[in-house]
Structures are given as C-alpha cells and as structure tokens.
Design a protein around this ligand. Structure first.
Ligand code: ZN
Ligand code: ZN
Length: 266
C-alpha cells in the first residue's frame, strides 16, 4: 500500500470535522478560501506522489547504506515517529528562515482565515524546496522507506486538527503536544508570535530549542503572512514568493548577495 493513501483514507474524518466547524463557527470561514485551500491540497498530494516515484531510486540507494537493520516493532515505530517529529521541527524552522524553503512554505501561511481547511493550504513546490531531504536521516539510520513516509503522513494528518480557532485550551495536553492554541500563535503575524511554535506533534522541541510562545489574551492572533499578498488562485498563491525571490536575486549585486537572496532570511 502506498503511504499517500493514508491521507485519502482519513479524508472522511477531515470532512466531518470541517462540516462540524463550519456549522458552529461559520464566521471563521470563507467558501472561496476553503475551495482554494482544498485545490492546493490536491495539487500538493499530486506533486508528493510524483516526487516519491521519481526519488524512490535515491531512497533505495541510501537505504542500502543504512547503519542498522531495524525490525518493525511497536518500539521502533514509536521511535521513528518521535525522530521524524524532531526532524519536522527543524524542517519547519528552516522553512521560516531560508528564503528558498519559505517560498514553498509561505503558501500555508498566506490566508487570513484560520480554520480546519487552512491545513489543506500546502504548496506543490515542497519537493523542489527540499522537504524530503529532512527525512533522509531516518532512511540512513535504517528505518524502512515505507515506514519513514508513513510517519511523515501521520504527522501531517495530526496537524490537520491544530488548525482551528474553536478549541481554546486542552489542559495538560498543552504541555506535551502541539495544540490549536500553540499553532494559532505559529500562524499569527503579531510581532511576539513571529517564528514561534514550529512543532509538528510534540511541542517539547520548541520548549527545548527556545522557540516556544504561549497564546495569551493580551496579544490577539492575527493571521496571514508578512509581506505576502493573499491570493485565492492556487497557482498564483504558489508562485508569488518564488517570483519575488528570483527578482530579488536578479537585482542583488555580487555572488554573496545573490546567495543571500536565495538562502538568507526571507
Ligand atoms: Zn510555518
Ligand atoms: Zn499550520
């Protein structure tokens, strides 16, 4: 079974949750915005599948050089999940700090809306931005390729549930896990919220590496992406930042400045 199927299998649960949120908190929704995000999700799934197919020989090659032969047990699957979540933290942090990666990730942040369909807002340029590179340590350690991409998909599936303004505080869960409250801060453009809460599933990485910020009534969350125009057209939403980055690189004088335009802080 291809691991991409996981997200398709879970889609009825996603749709039920969206219907519930829409019925009870219609004010958080715009149909056009949700349709745009859903189209982006389909494009993203397509490009993921294509990238997985094209890169499979590379994954297999790397797996030949694996450090360990890892048997599938509850413990090793759990380890793969935690390790991938740790790598996700660094992937996400890099996506906010390196222009080349931000060009793909900004799409996820580019809506002023925050609801469950915001989770669908993903760029089909992630494979070019190099997201998959971050999972290579798992394959090199010796976790089977299918397991590696299964935990990647499960991490993404978990994150669907943190895109909502409806759930306020989850008590003790807030200490350990990424929650709607923590992720609202991540999507907020308030000064104190910029570059905070990069967690996928476990919030402990932000607490360990100094990027944690708790939600507070004193600083209301306002959603969107700094310096990026809101685009409903999925293609325009995907291309805008790449265009901006390439133009910035073209105008930059000298090799170092050009590199900085591509790989510096966006
Ligand atoms: Zn982000
Ligand atoms: Zn998000």
């Amino acid at each position: 079974m291809k691991v991409e199927i996981i997200l398709l299998l879970l889609s009825p649960i996603f749709l039920i949750c969206i219907a519930w949120e829409y019925r009870s908190h219609r004010e958080n929704y715009s149909i056009k915005d949700s349709v745009s995000s859903t189209l982006l999700a389909l494009l993203h799934q397509g490009s993921d599948l294509l990238a997985f197919t094209l890169l499979s020989p590379l994954f297999l090659y790397l797996y030949q050089w694996r450090l360990f032969d890892i048997e599938l047990t509850f413990i090793t699957v759990f380890l793969a999940f935690v390790l991938q979540d740790f790598l996700y933290y660094w992937f996400h942090r890099a996506s906010h700090n390196i222009h080349w990666m931000w060009a793909a990730h900004v799409v996820h942040h580019s809506s002023p809306k925050m609801n469950l369909t915001t989770a669908f807002r993903q760029s089909f340029m992630y494979p070019l931005a190099g997201m998959w590179v971050f999972w290579m340590p798992l394959i090199f350690i010796g976790f089977p390729i299918e397991l590696t991409f299964l935990v990647v998909a499960l991490n993404l599936a978990f994150q669907f549930f943190v895109h909502t303004q409806v759930i306020k505080n989850l008590g003790w869960v807030e200490y350990l896990f990424n929650t709607p409250s923590h992720h609202r801060v991540h999507h907020s453009v308030a000064d104190q919220h910029i570059d905070k809460n990069f967690a996928g599933v476990l919030i402990i990485w932000d607490k360990l590496f100094g990027t944690f910020e708790a939600e507070s009534e004193l600083i209301p969350c306002k959603y969107g992406a700094v310096g990026h125009p809101y685009q409903l057209n999925p293609i325009k939403a995907t291309w805008w930042q790449w265009g901006y980055m390439i133009a910035k690189c073209g105008k930059a004088r000298g090799f170092t400045s050009k590199l900085k335009a591509l790989f510096g802080y966006p």
